[in-house]
Every structure is written in C-alpha cells, then in structure tokens.
Design a protein around this ligand. Structure first.
Ligand SMILES: [Zn+2]
Length: 409
C-alpha cells in the first residue's frame, strides 16, 4: 500500500526506496495516513523518516540486501546487529501478541473501572510499581519548542532562513554531510538550555520521586527531562540527544560544552583529530536508533504495570509499536490532544478473530478493559492527575525548588 511512510521517504530521497521499507512499513500499527508531515515527530519537529531508522548510516550502502541484514546476527558486529536483533524481537513480540488467541476474553482485569479515575485508583492502591512513560513533542510544546510538524510554523515558514530545499532536509544525514550549515543554524536557535521543563516533565520527575518510574522513553531531543532532574539511567532518548556529539568520520566523542561553544561561535564543528564533521548524537534519517533503546525496551516493557503515553500521536516507528510490548493486562493511559495509537481499520476488521491485545489502543472497542484516554493539553492532563492523586504538595515543592535553582544561577 502506498502509505505515508513511502511518500515521506520519496520526498526525502527523491525516489522510491529499497525493499526494506515495505517490510518495516507493514509492521506499522497506528499509522493514520494523512500528510507526510505527520510522520515526522520529535521535539524539534521533523526528526526522521521512520522507515529508515534501522538502515545503514552510509547511504552508499542503501542497495544492501535486507536478507543479508537479517541473517547477520553476529552481535559483535557493533550496533547494527544489536539493533536488528532488537527490532526483530520487537517484531516477534508484536506478531505473537497478534496471534495470541489464548487471552481471548480472559485477560486479567487490572482496573476497577476503565477511566482516568480507575487509573488513579490503581496507582493509589500501591499495586503499580513499574510505570513506563512514553513521550513525544506534546510534553515540550508549552516550553516554547516549536513543533515543526505543523505546516505554517517553524521550518515550514523558514526555509529561506535556514536555506533548506524542504523542511525534512535538516535532519537528513546526506544533506547534512553535504551542507551542515542549516542544521547548526537551527541548533543555535533551539539550543537546549534556552527552554525550561514543563509541568509534564515535572510530573514524570514526581513519578520517579515516588519510586514508581521504571523508565521514561522520549522521542524528544531537547534534554528537558534532564533539566527537570530525572537521572540519566531513567531516561531513554529514542531519537538521540544533544548531550554528546561524535565525529562522523573517526567517531571521536565531544562534550556538550564543546559543541555549544562551536555552535554559538557559528562554526561548523570539525574534529580536532581528523577534521571530520562533528554532529550532536541526535538520530537523523537513515541513522540507527541508539543501541540503549533496543537493549532496555526488551527488558523494561514486559515488567511494565502502567504505561503512560504522553504528548505523542504515535506515528513514528518503532517507537509507536512499543505500546504493544507491555503485558496484555497492563493498563495504558494516553494523555494527548487527540486519540492516537488506536486500532487501525485493517486490524479492526480482524478483531473478531484476534485478541485485542497487541493491535494498538482499544479506546473505542467494547472489549476494552485497560486503555484510557485523557484528552487535552498534556500539561493540563498531568496537573489533573497530580490533583486526583493528592500529590499537589509534592508537585509544588518540585516546582518551587526548580525556581530557586533558577534564581541561584
Ligand atoms: Zn574525527
């Protein structure tokens, strides 16, 4: 099917792509079609072509046979082997959950009632101890970080300023190699540190303080989780980070301080060893996701007892697919402006035969026993939860302490 991913990849490359994307695209659950801009998501907008995330960094190898990649399970083969393993395992879980007929109508019911109140009761009961949060651009928009997905904002209005042929070029690794300037101009405009965490970030921090947070998975690259004081080991930055940088030629690592200085001097950062380009470790189109993402998601999601999906429309894979990797009884709460990640029409057709687990959020299904949507602004949703959980005092304390820190600086 000519889904939006294909369209997006054609936009990016100017041509139809290798057979890989058909394979990966077919695993997509919640894609809603629509415009290709929808496919691009992340704190600074159009981050990535989701069909490219597992591909070789070097576009010269685009012609690689996908079969070869699959057969290559040599884990010593650096990131690639591991990423493919991780991806295949995720794919396997996804398919297994789809084919699992045993749970038909017998899934353990965790929530007393399938509602926000039910989720709050569940958290208060003390039975839930391993919350995973999955976040997208929506948790950072109130910080003032533009969401470039929306035409009429950000890059779409500033193609001339950034000297871009099309918005997504700014995160295209090949474009970057040939013309890195636009990226560094944007990086300067959006440099982490110029923004403050939002109530959503503080809510996640509070979950951690309460000892309830197993892990926070984010698609954002704005590092606001860290600014909000979440320990690094609790955060998985699925689309990379500005905190470290590497030379794209010799892979020498550079610190955030070094990169910041280069960016603010309007330099094109180049390697002190080999003069290669130095790039912040955010994931561009055609680059692999961080190995840490694949490692941790395999051990984290089976342990999850409450999944909070925050400020993401769940259109970017493989991130979006993670919602299916929690146990089939695990409640999932979506806090977002609109419904997302729901069962796609194809899947809905098969619902009669297949278990509802594993095919996206069952928000509108009569058989829904665990999926809840708290629709509206993500910050409002988090504040509402804080109220309902009677955590207001602790929440205020966190906010106040952060303001004190600001003054001290
Ligand atoms: Zn180098």
């Amino acid at each position: 099917m000519a889904d939006s991913k294909e369209v997006a990849s054609r936009v990016l490359t100017g041509e139809a792509e290798a057979p890989k994307e058909t394979c990966k695209g077919s695993t997509s659950t919640p894609a809603e079609g629509g415009t290709d801009s929808k496919e691009f998501e992340g704190a600074i907008g159009g981050m990535r072509d989701p069909s490219k995330i597992n591909e070789e960094e070097d576009s010269d190898e685009e012609e690689d046979d996908y079969e070869d990649d699959l057969d290559d399970d040599d884990i010593e083969d650096e990131d690639d082997g591991e990423d493919h393993e991780g991806f295949m395992s995720m794919l396997q879980n996804f398919i297994m959950s789809k084919l699992d007929l045993s749970g038909h109508g017998e899934v353990e019911k965790v929530l007393e009632e399938v509602s926000v109140e039910g989720v709050v009761k569940y958290i208060k009961s003390g039975q839930c101890k391993n919350i995973i949060t999955m976040a997208g651009a929506g948790i950072s928009t109130s910080a003032g970080i533009p969401d470039f997905r929306s035409p009429g904002t950000g890059l779409y209005n500033n193609l001339e300023k950034y000297n871009l042929p099309f918005p997504e070029a700014i995160f295209d690794i090949d474009f970057f190699k040939s013309n890195p300037k636009p990226f560094f101009v944007l990086a300067r405009d959006l440099y982490p540190g110029a923004f403050n965490p939002t109530p959503s970030h503080w809510f996640i921090r509070l979950l951690h303080e309460k000892g309830l947070l197993l892990r926070h998975y984010t698609q954002n690259i704005d590092t606001l989780e860290h600014v909000a004081g979440l320990p690094a080991e609790k955060v998985v930055e699925a689309h990379g980070t500005f905190r470290t940088s590497h030379c794209i030629a010799c892979h020498k690592e550079y610190s955030q301080e070094w990169m910041k200085e280069e960016i603010f001097k309007d330099n094109i950062p180049s390697c002190t060893e080999c003069s290669g380009l130095v790039k912040p470790d955010i994931v561009f189109f055609r680059e692999n996701l961080p190995t840490r993402f694949f490692h941790l998601m395999q051990s984290d999601f089976p342990k999850c007892d409450l999944l909070l999906i925050m400020g993401t429309s769940l259109t970017v894979q493989p991130f979006a697919m993670l919602i299916n990797n929690v146990p089939s009884s695990c409640p999932r709460l979506l806090i977002n402006r609109e419904k997302a990640g729901t069962v796609d029409p194809m899947m809905a057709m098969l619902q009669g035969m297949l278990s509802s687990s594993g095919s996206g959020l069952a928000l509108d299904s009569p058989r829904n026993t665990r999926d809840v949507a708290l629709l509206g602004d993500c910050d409002d949703g988090c504040v509402k939860l804080v109220d309902m959980l009677d955590w207001k005092e602790d929440f205020e304390k966190l906010l106040t302490s952060s303001k004190k820190d600001d003054k001290a600086e």
